[in-house]
Design a protein around this ligand. Structure first.
Ligand code: GLN
Ligand code: ZN
Length: 764
């Protein structure tokens, strides 16, 4: 029996973010469309050559995208909303980028990807990854038709260069499941869509493709009857187009969809054995011999090197009985490209890591061992085993003091001393805030000057003292302005922070950072997630000095500003040698120390941001509560060490709360600020029916667009809020931090916001 290896998709951005820079040159008019397309073609060729030289037998094509593969699929199917005014049946690059970025091309927003320009398509997270895709839109009566032949073109392009590939398509049922619809059910489009897919598959077959990888990650979700029925109908038809289909699932186990998936008339099935290793036995039992299995054994979502010997122990008996494809669990899109580009990570830690290139090397070693015996790859197997052994025991990872502290955590540490009413009275006595108190979420504009100073400091062009002096001036200016404009609770502005997670990660033990470890977040935007490799502790206070400097400048209350444990966890590459909850608890203890240090320094209000708490929700409903339980427990552990008079705030930048409200309540904060500016305060109804007892700041200023809101509009929004909640509960604030905005926008917007609060007070 033979083993071959596949990749399901390779990072598009390029080893040095070449795609990002090519896109930005094009968008700013500094290069032509031909130059952009040329750079893109160069990246594709390089990716194919690289993967082949690493031993990949099944090369993907059409995994590349200029912006997003879901957008590519929508454009392919002609699902182009009218507002982009494309002539029927065509989609030029201008239309494509208008859908991606809006016609203004303003994609300022939270660094962690909120919204693109006003008229761009909506963007949201791709399953439980930190990649964001453009949400397909369907309206009643819309006619779909094939507008691009990208899949076929890419296949031909590879073939012309001597690369035989397995084209990748996002499956029709997953695409329909992701679509946002108006006056219509997405699955009403099933027959049209499947017709178009079958045309594409036939074209691929005619061009010479033998196999096509068709991604249906919806198969790891809870499926509705409509989805099951759609899958049955779709694959009945698509299996008759002259190509063999590798039905590809990832991000979880098939679970109750397993027998359904193996009954679909496809030639191959890919399963994720990293997220769901326990499904292997059931998959083997359910998969008929004629079904070619592709086993996702190397983690496509994380950066850890695999323990190849342990994998071989599992794979050898299977490879003895059937042909197998080995692959990463999912597309390598979610990992950085090449560990060899990292020069700053010390050797002990580096040996535990594998980026996309190293993951393909690992697959190649597994293939060698399975086809020719372990002896044929003795050296790399020994190196893998040694790295795994080192990681299990390294004192860099395992800190006895952290373990002892975790063991000593008691339930009362998650419990504020008194209930809500008592705390509220004490806090009011300490803070003396007016009705409808005004505040902001934390950051002020990260101006070109701020970025430049940071970058110069990073390069050693300005020394610590000069940089600190600059930051102090910025901070003082921001504080003076806040006083002048009349905000009630101030912030220091976060000028010293590069990123709300990285800033803390860099000061905590247990994290390491890459220089080139970029991962696509959306379009041209990339992030370098921190790598959480070891037990977390806090060598010293992280924010107290800046807080104290800021508070000393004013008599108004200055909020302490922290990122919460769940958000730090969810925006990092995390350990796979212990449960996420265990890593989170360690971070929580470190944040707890920071909270109590801020309190000891005199902070009367401390905000612990949990922007990413909701993002961490598991894909299957049945797993939600377990996650929410430990997430809330960790938040409480970080927050509950303070006195009743200390006001704990949190901030969450999203608007879907209804399904997790009890957990939001269980966080037991004193004030929560949320995103509502774009949803007419509707979600407050949920808080009201849940009798949410604490303070709420429903954002009245949508910071995701350059637009400056007026006083009347904000007063009206707050009046709507009043219909749901008691006036004494309400705070007035923007819906997120202001770091991506310009001062010229922020000044008038906040002035108007303060004026709105005054008007509300006068009318109360
Ligand atoms: N305090 C952070 C800021 O204002 C919060 C950002 C966020 O939640 N995304 O920038
Ligand atoms: Zn936010």
């Amino acid at each position: 029996m033979t083993v071959t290896i596949a990749t399901l998709g390779f990072p598009r951005i390029g080893p040095r973010r070449e795609l990002k820079f090519a896109l930005e040159r094009f968008w700013s008019g500094k290069s032509s469309e031909a130059e952009l397309l040329d750079s893109a073609a160069g990246l594709r060729t390089a990716a194919w050559a690289r993967q082949r030289s690493l031993g990949t037998d099944w090369l993907p094509s059409n995994d590349f995208s200029l912006y997003d593969h879901v957008l590519d699929t929508s454009v392919m199917l002609g699902a182009i909303p009218e507002r982009y005014a494309a002539a029927e049946g065509t989609a030029d690059l201008a239309t494509y980028f208008a859908m991606a970025r809006g016609s203004t091309g303003d994609d300022a927003g939270c660094s962690h990807a909120h919204g693109a320009g006003e008229t761009a398509q909506e963007m949201t997270k791709w399953f439980d990854t930190n990649y964001h895709y453009m949400v397909p839109e369907l309206v009643a009566g819309q006619r779909l038709s094939l507008t691009t032949a990208k899949a076929v073109d890419d296949y031909r392009e590879a073939r012309a260069q001597g690369f035989e590939t397995r084209p990748v398509l996002l499956g029709p049922v997953t695409w329909l499941s992701l679509a946002k619809t108006r006056d219509v059910d997405a699955f009403d489009f099933l027959d049209q869509v499947v017709g178009l897919y079958s045309a594409v598959l036939s074209q691929l077959a005619a061009a010479g493709a033998e196999w096509v990888q068709i991604d249906e990650p919806c198969l790891v979700l809870d499926l509705s009857d409509r989805q099951r029925d759609a899958l049955t109908r779709a694959y009945d038809r698509l299996s008759r187009c002259g190509v063999k289909l590798m039905l590809t699932t990832y991000f979880g186990g098939l679970e109750d969809n397993l027998s359904f998936a193996t009954s679909l008339p496809v030639a191959g099935l890919h399963v994720d054995l990293v997220r769901a290793p326990e499904q292997l036995g059931a998959v083997l039992a359910a998969a008929p011999e004629s079904l070619l299995l592709s086993l996702g054994v190397i983690d496509g979502r994380n950066i850890w090197r695999a323990d190849l010997t342990a994998l071989l122990d599992r794979l050898e008996p299977i490879a003895a009985t059937r042909d197998l494809i080995l692959a990463p669990s999912c597309s390598l899109l979610h990992t950085p490209i090449d560990l060899a580009l990292e020069t700053g990570i010390d050797a002990e830690i580096a040996q535990w890591l594998a980026f996309a290139v190293q993951k393909i090397e690992e697959l190649s070693v597994l293939k060698g061992a399975l086809n020719q015996g372990r002896d044929s790859v003795a050296a790399p197997l020994a190196a893998s085993a040694q790295a795994a052994a080192n990681r299990r025991t390294s004192p860099r990872i395992h800190d006895a003091a952290v373990a002892a502290r975790i063991a000593a955590v008691t339930p009362d540490m998650q419990q504020r001393r008194s209930g809500h009413a008592i705390r509220q009275a004490e806090q009011q006595a300490a803070l003396g805030l007016p009705l409808f108190p005004t505040t902001t979420i934390g950051s002020f504009p990260q101006t070109p000057e701020v970025r430049q100073a940071r970058s110069q400091h990073g390069k050693g062009l300005i020394d610590d003292a000069a940089y600190e002096g600059f930051l102090r001036e910025e901070t003082e200016r921001a504080i003076r302005w806040q006083e002048e404009v009349g905000l009630d609770m101030l912030v220091h502005g976060e000028f010293e922070r590069n990123d709300m997670v990285q800033y803390f990660g860099e000061q905590l033990a247990g994290f390491v950072f890459t220089r080139q470890g970029w991962v696509q977040s959306y379009g041209s935007r990339c992030v370098r997630p921190p790598i959480l490799f070891g037990d977390v502790s806090r060598p010293k206070a992280m924010t107290v000095e800046w807080w104290r400097y800021a508070q000393d400048l004013t008599v108004r209350p200055m909020k302490g500003m922290l990122t919460g444990p769940v958000t730090i966890l969810n925006w990092s590459f995390v350990r796979d040698d212990q449960p996420r909850s265990a890593s989170c608890r360690q971070i929580a203890l470190a944040i707890r120390d920071e909270v109590t240090d801020l309190e000891a320094a005199g902070a009367k209000a401390i905000q612990i941001d949990e922007a990413a708490l909701r993002e961490g929700l598991p894909l299957r409903r049945k797993d939600w509560q377990a996650y929410l339980d430990w997430a809330v427990e960790c938040f409480r552990l970080s927050a509950a060490g303070v006195a009743d008079a200390t006001q704990i705030h949190t901030h969450m930048c999203y608007s879907e709360f209804n399904d997790i409200l009890p957990s939001i309540g269980a966080m037991d904060t004193d004030v929560i600020s949320i995103e509502t500016a774009r949803s007419q305060m509707e979600l407050l109804a949920g808080f009201a029916s849940y009798r949410y007892p604490s303070g709420i700041g429903p954002g009245v200023y949508d910071i995701h667009a350059p637009r400056v809101p007026g006083v009347v509009e904000m007063v009206d929004l707050m009046k709507l809020a009043r219909t749901h909640l008691d006036a004494s509960q309400l705070w007035v604030n923007p819906d997120c931090g202001l770091k991506t905005r310009k001062w010229a926008e922020v000044r008038p917007a906040i002035e108007a916001m303060v004026a709105a609060a005054r008007e509300l007070r006068a009318a109360a």
